[in-house]
Design a protein around this ligand. Structure first.
Ligand SMILES: Nc1ncnc2c1ncn2[C@@H]1O[C@H](COP(=O)(O)OP(=O)(O)OP(=O)(O)O)[C@@H](O)[C@H]1O
Ligand SMILES: Nc1ncnc2c1ncn2[C@@H]1O[C@H](COP(=O)(O)OP(=O)(O)OP(=O)(O)O)[C@@H](O)[C@H]1O
Ligand SMILES: [Mg+2]
Ligand SMILES: [Mg+2]
Lengths: 259, 259
């Protein structure tokens, strides 16, 4: 069955979008069918896959608020036909407020994904949902639709500050909305082996979450941050770079570990 | 009169908190009275000033939701008695939702600051309001209370993606809630002179915003990211470092430019 991850951390700029796009690209390169759902109104995961962020096209907003079936919204990425995208556009900026008064407001993404998976002939192996840096109704929809949580943690001082809030939110979702949800994966990002701070933060995260934290850490690497300006994953942009290799290794580790 | 800045960008991890804390510290070191208001539930600006983020103490939440006067909440920072903090704690996480049903919900921070400034014997020269990476009611309160907007822009590809949305929001606030609000300052952050991407983004920002973009760019520098782990600004932690000098220069430029 399909593994569904929400990629979440309300701390900003920790590598949610970068990890979503590059793990998805690594898995699709290995022959799997992968869907990236962009739930961030800024639409970074959309442009990173080479898809124009246009307001005159259907987007994930229409699936959430206007009940448009997901198969009318999903498009292939520029780099691989097996790597699919449910793009975001600026309409999504209003969704948090609009969702408040809609029926089943926390379950709309779940229903949309369920209908999409049932209607498809071929299975989807992985779904990654990229979240905005907040814990509002968009992120709640992702928590309800997913079975696994992947938390990217930047190896910097503030990394651990917001974690207790995030874990408390996951527990609350598990209790009231989605008992199947588990924190299965923690990925250390922007690891700079030259700084003491990075190794201290990494050690603390591995100590608190020994089984969830992937062995592979993603290094800070310029090629990773350049790739989106070409509308590509770093896997496609520079396959031999340290960033590309680290994301391929982490994707393999996630696939092997299972849920 | 007091200059009041909201430090805003819904893109995460661009240096909002780091710029708030270090500009404030540079100005207080130069002899000015500065207040940092932490509107981010994660409370990064609170811990960066050496203040414990405790849930059993009054915080900015109490000023916004419970009408507690700001002078009961403001505390001096660990490093300088002239550098004051209105700390955040986890209560703030619920504020976005609680504010929705309160009267004058967009003006509560403005009223709180006005009362505080009137009651004080000595003036406050600068107020910086650190915002979370979203455009919800907390950020709207900051936009209404402030007279100037300072946007930190990370020299990375995604930097320009969310800018049009942010500028549209500022215009809307100016039209309906705060006609005095102006985008006075743009600060380039984490500028890495070795990468082509950084100089391209910087050139684009300076082209679009020639008068607002400060001449000084903040370099990416490890000492800047280490300082918060000691509860200090980089100005206090390592005064001679490239990051500290760049923040002192930018503070000087802001003071000279005026609003
Ligand atoms: N391993 C890496 N090496 C270098 N730069 C990186 C790396 N990972 C991410 N970046 C860069 O850091 C910035 C933040 O990453 P990203 O946008 O993926 O974070 P995010 O958590 O999705 O942010 P937001 O909170 O705004 O959604 C981006 O400019 C990205 O290109
Ligand atoms: N000039 C710099 N050099 C090196 N690291 C920096 C610099 N400025 C900020 N950082 C680091 O980058 C990370 C993001 O910065 P910061 O937390 O200030 O951004 P933010 O915009 O406030 O994030 P959020 O969107 O979560 O509020 C932090 O770990 C910080 O220490
Ligand atoms: Mg993102
Ligand atoms: Mg911040």
């Amino acid at each position: 069955s399909t593994r569904i991850f929400t990629v979440t951390n309300q701390k900003g700029g920790v590598g949610k979008t970068t990890s979503t796009v590059n793990l998805a690209a690594a898995l699709s390169k290995a022959g799997l069918a992968v869907l990236v759902i962009d739930l961030d109104p800024q639409g970074n995961a959309t442009t990173a896959l080479g898809i124009e962020n246009r307001n005159d096209r259907l987007s994930i907003y229409d699936a959430l608020v206007n009940d448009v079936p997901l198969d009318k919204i999903v498009v292939p990425s520029a780099e691989d036909a097996r790597l699919l995208s449910a793009p975001a556009n600026l309409d999504l900026a209003g969704a948090e407020i609009e969702l408040v008064s809609l029926p089943a407001r926390e379950h709309r993404l779940l229903r949309s994904i369920d209908a999409y998976l049932q209607a498809r002939d071929e299975p989807i192996d992985y779904i990654f949902i990229d979240c905005p840096p907040s814990l509002g109704l968009l992120t709640v929809n992702a928590f309800v639709a997913a079975r696994e949580v992947l938390i990217p943690i930047q190896c910097e001082y503030y990394a651990l500050e917001g974690l207790s809030q995030l874990l408390a939110n996951i527990d609350r979702i598990k209790q009231h909305l989605n008992p199947e949800l588990t924190l299965s994966t923690i990925l250390l990002t922007m690891y700079d082996s030259r700084t003491r701070l990075a190794s201290e933060v990494a050690a603390q995260v591995r100590e608190h979450f020994p089984t969830q934290t992937l062995t592979t850490a993603i290094p800070r690497a310029v090629r990773v941050s350049e790739a989106p300006s070409y509308g590509q994953s770093v896997i496609a942009y520079d396959p031999g770079s340290t960033g590309a290799l680290a994301y391929r290794e982490s994707a393999l580790e996630i696939a092997r570990k299972g849920n």
